[in-house]
Design a protein around this ligand. Structure first.
Ligand SMILES: [Zn+2]
Length: 435
């Protein structure tokens, strides 16, 4: 039965007739308005409290940080970078209800759970009973309990008021700096990425954008207690922790050269080999890239290993590793596929047109006739056309970086940057025809 359902869902994925069901519902104007009102009221209270608690300069600075967090959230809302698709919100609301009902720490809180379109499996506690979770959790976690573990961890941060502590810390440190050092502290990047929006918020919550190790451990242990009381099995808590650490960016993909010739050989624009011509492929720099990758994967692990060790020490029942993780169920699998499918348009809404195009091409290698991916390829080209026309393409498409990018990504970026404005427009018109 399960296999049949899986097969059925796979078929759904390829069928353009049913593509509608595979797109996220964006008819959410009324919900967005009401959420905005709710957030406004919530932030008002937060700011009033800070004013009382920290008079003068310190309070002013803290309030300005809250303001930035608030504005960032509204930007998410206004640019439709949050989803209120009921298939996901009913899932998370149910999960949060379960956690609330089994934990006195959460019971009387009016929790606001927002779902961002970000494809990376991650989540963030914004303090004041607001958490934001990324849609990527649904793609990369294997079952609902692993998602519950992440939500419980974030709610633990919220209960422990880590966000506020960090803001106090940050303002205190800032007070010690000279005016000159302060301006240096504000980092600005020219290039828009889906990661950047998340990092911006995270930086507002955590000093230096880095999470405090001690706080992570605290949130792990309280998170585990909260989750366990609502019936979560420890093994899923551990596997969720491992995944969160291992997947901190979209997994690398490799595009084969032939896909370019297939997709970009159009009736009114035959494929040009010169589009793929690269200045030079630097073997030495690529060696550095490989090395960097290996180092990074090692680097990202010790901290997680330490966290797992810590939570196991506190809860000996977690050391029983003969238990298997929960297998996925069909309703979760359906959400997971939906999140995977929607990640292409979502990267577009997050204004990462280059990455969205790159990944559309990858999907088109697998499903050459998929109209959904073709349509979004066209929309991305339309957006890149508008950007290039106003000399702002570098905001949405990375420049080549031989030391940081895989050869496949370099070939892609080189291709995009080699295209002339009118060629980009022709490709956009082909895949996303104007009515
Ligand atoms: Zn955390």
């Amino acid at each position: 039965m399960k296999l049949t359902i899986t097969l059925f869902i796979s078929l759904l994925l390829c069928s353009s007739v049913l593509a509608q069901q595979m797109e996220l519902d964006t008819t959410d104007h009324a919900i967005r308005l009401s959420i905005k009102e709710k957030l406004k009221a919530r932030f008002e209270i937060e700011k009033k409290q800070l004013e009382k608690e920290f008079p003068r300069r310190m309070g002013k600075k803290m309030i300005s940080l809250v303001d930035r967090k608030e504005q960032r959230l509204y930007k998410y809302l206004d640019k439709k970078q949050l989803t209120f698709d009921s298939r996901f919100t009913s899932f998370t609301n149910k999960m949060v209800e379960e956690l609330k009902n089994s934990n006195a720490e959460l019971k009387n809180r009016d929790l606001i759970t927002l779902i961002s379109l970000n494809p990376i499996p991650n989540a963030l506690s914004l303090g004041n009973d607001i958490i934001i979770i990324n849609l990527g959790l649904f793609t990369f976690m294997d079952n609902r309990e692993e998602v519950a573990a992440v939500i419980a961890h974030e709610l633990a941060h919220n209960v422990l008021m880590h966000g506020k502590k960090n803001v106090i810390d940050r303002v205190r440190k800032d007070e010690e700096l000279s005016a000159q050092q302060r301006t240096k502290n504000i980092k600005k990047s020219k290039y828009n990425t889906y990661e950047q929006a998340f990092d911006e918020l995270r930086e507002l919550m955590y000093s230096n954008g880095k999470k405090n190790r001690l706080e992570e451990k605290e949130a792990d242990s309280l998170g585990y207690v909260l989750a366990k009381r609502s019936g979560l099995r420890g093994i899923n808590f551990l596997s969720s922790l491992e995944k969160l650490a291992a997947i901190d960016s979209l997994p690398e993909i490799e595009l084969e050269e032939h896909i370019y010739k297939k997709v970009f050989d159009l009736p009114n624009l035959p494929f040009k080999d010169e589009w793929l011509k690269m200045e030079s492929f630097d073997e030495y720099a690529y060696g550095n890239y490989k090395e960097k990758l290996e180092k990074d994967s090692l680097k990202s692990h010790p901290e997680t290993v330490e966290r797992i060790k810590h939570v196991k020490m506190l809860f000996p029942e977690l050391t029983n590793d003969s238990i298997e993780t929960t297998t996925t169920d069909d309703s979760f699998l359906a959400l997971s596929r939906l999140a995977y499918h929607a990640s292409i348009p979502n990267l577009y809404f997050l204004e990462s047109y280059g990455i969205s195009t790159y990944r559309s091409l990858y999907r088109l290698t697998k499903y050459p006739e998929n109209d959904f991916y073709k349509k979004w390829l066209g929309k991305n080209f339309r957006a890149m056309y508008e950007a290039k026309k106003s000399y702002r393409l570098n905001r949405y498409v990375q420049r080549l970086n031989v030391e940081k990018q895989s050869p496949s990504l370099q070939r892609f970026l080189n291709f995009i940057w080699n295209l002339r404005l009118e060629e980009i427009e022709t490709i956009a018109n082909h895949y996303d025809p104007k009515e």
